[in-house]
Design a protein around this ligand. Structure first.
Ligand code: ATP
Length: 265
């Protein structure tokens, strides 16, 4: 298959993408373009396929049909190329993934020690810069258990930034955070996107907290992209699917996922 022509100002492009899990189609015929430099929210009801889409962007889940380009490249197939490809994305997973027996500084240093042969002193300087970038310059010697949930999330963010990736992917970055910590994390995501010239993709259920910092919103439901546009276009959309999703109504045209994992239709 000839790769589709790439638009130079896109960080991520999907054309006619179908994603299957265990032989079941989760999303089909997805077309999506995420411009370089933007902050984009991927929204949708539970089970609509948001995490599945992220898994496809990181190359963890191969496409069943169609094409994906990330940072100008098709997703590589060989595991070695995939490793290099993933270095260019910072992923903040649900639950932080911090190692509890390592200090904050060692957690942030981990990707640098694993993926580079930089001098230890340079690594220390980079770690300190990353911790400052998330407003935590003084906690390097602490252990994750000594931090609040919001601070731990920011350490995970510093670690995701360690290798200076041009693309950041956030999977539910606000889960378990109180409104103040949520506000801090959201403004960091926005500030870092701007100051480091990143592109940020945020998968979230926290629509109200996330939309204010986004340039674009994408809504997935019924196996399709039912909306892509600006947050204000989303708010003013009259599409019944979009209205039902925003209002959180159980009755309406959105079919809710009713199947357990692993069952096929
Ligand atoms: N690893 C997996 N193996 C098999 N099926 C999976 C796997 N991950 C997700 N699924 C199924 O794919 C569908 C979409 O799930 P996914 O987690 O992508 O949705 P989501 O929109 O991220 O949901 P949520 O908002 O609840 O996190 C669901 O039916 C789910 O059961």
């Amino acid at each position: 298959m000839t790769p589709f022509p790439h638009s130079a100002d896109s960080a991520v492009e999907l054309r006619h993408v179908r994603l299957d899990r265990d032989g079941r189609t989760i999303v089909d015929d997805i077309d999506l373009r995420i411009p370089n430099g933007s902050v984009v929210a991927i929204l949708g009801p539970s089970g609509s396929g948001k995490s599945t889409l992220l898994a496809a962007l990181t190359g963890e889940l191969p496409v069943a049909a169609g094409e994906i380009r990330v940072l100008g490249q098709p997703i590589p197939r060989s595991s070695r190329d995939l490793l290099n490809f993933r270095r260019r994305m910072g992923v903040l997973l649900q639950g932080n993934g911090l190692l509890t027996d390592l200090t904050v500084a060692d957690n942030v240093a981990l990707p640098l020690r694993t993926h580079t042969d930089l001098d230890p002193q340079i690594i220390d300087t980079l770690v300190s810069l990353k911790l400052h970038a998330v407003g935590l310059g003084k906690v390097g010697n602490a252990y994750p258990r000594e931090l609040s949930g919001g601070m731990a999330r920011r350490v995970a963010l510093a670690r995701a930034l360690a290798l200076d990736p041009p693309l950041m992917i956030y999977d539910e970055p606000l889960t378990g955070l109180d409104p103040i910590a949520s506000g801090v994390v959201m403004s960091l995501v926005q500030g870092l996107n701007q100051s480091l010239h990143l592109t940020s993709i945020i998968v979230t259920h926290h629509v109200r907290e996330t939309l204010p910092i986004c340039d674009l919103a994408v809504v997935i439901a019924n196996g399709q992209v039912i909306f892509q546009g600006t947050p204000s276009e989303l708010e003013s959309s009259t599409d019944p699917l979009v209205r039902q999703f925003l209002a959180g109504e159980p009755e309406g045209p959105i079919r809710f996922d009713a199947e357990p994992r692993g069952e096929t239709v």
